[in-house]
Design a protein around this ligand. Sequence first.
Ligand SMILES: [Zn+2]
Length: 273
Amino acid sequence: MDRTELIQKQKLLAQKINDADAVLVGIGEEFNESFGDIEKFPRLISVLDRADRNRSLEWIVPYIEKLYIMEHADERVEQAYAGLCRLIKDKNYFIVTTCIDGKIKKADFDTKRIVEPCGSYDRLQCSGKECGTLLHETGGYMESIRRALETDNDKELMSAQPRCPVCGEPLVFNNVVCEGKYNEEGYKAQWEAYTEWLKLTLNRKLCILELGVGLGMPDIIRWPFEKAAFYNKKADFFRINETLYQMTKDLGDKGVSIAMNSVDFLQGCCLSD
Ligand SMILES: [Zn+2]
């Protein structure tokens, strides 16, 4: 896509969002944290090396991932979120994201309008089979891990492993890649808010924006979004994706397919005006 065409597409999207009563956004794989800059964090790399040598420290790997996400400034993705935020912040919107890195929360979105069905690194759940659906805040646990990391002592670090206050089993992050069974309680209330919101958009001008969503979990965003566009007579549907941009024929002229990485596309959005 050349620059003129890109600016035209960005303007078309901005105009459709502007005209819409409601904006539904789906965010997928292209926005995922790749951990590509981990080499720039020698302190974290050295802990990962220790976990490699000592299997009883394996539990720490997801906590290192969380520290990385907290400390790493990913300008490309942050600018894309900022671009999206400028486009939709004054609209009635809802965002469904399959990303678990929580980076979306660094932008200025209303968190009551975001649902993360795959979980995040925000809260912890018990890895034991007998425990209920209680979730735990990470705050104090992360502090203990940080302090233990300063000691370079494996025993010290092992004693910092977060454990369930009810049954004593290890706590793990409440997301789909956690060790054990993913506790879906964490996103349930937001999912209900989202489905209620979606119901109210049926007879209204709905602009649907699908950003870099692959085919890994099509039943969360791709298929339901196509369905929402199909049943809403006043819908517009933008599919922006570097490789999986093909549009289903059922949507006729409601669909706009943009063959470009969605992060790159959004980075420049609103800046060209
Ligand atoms: Zn437990």
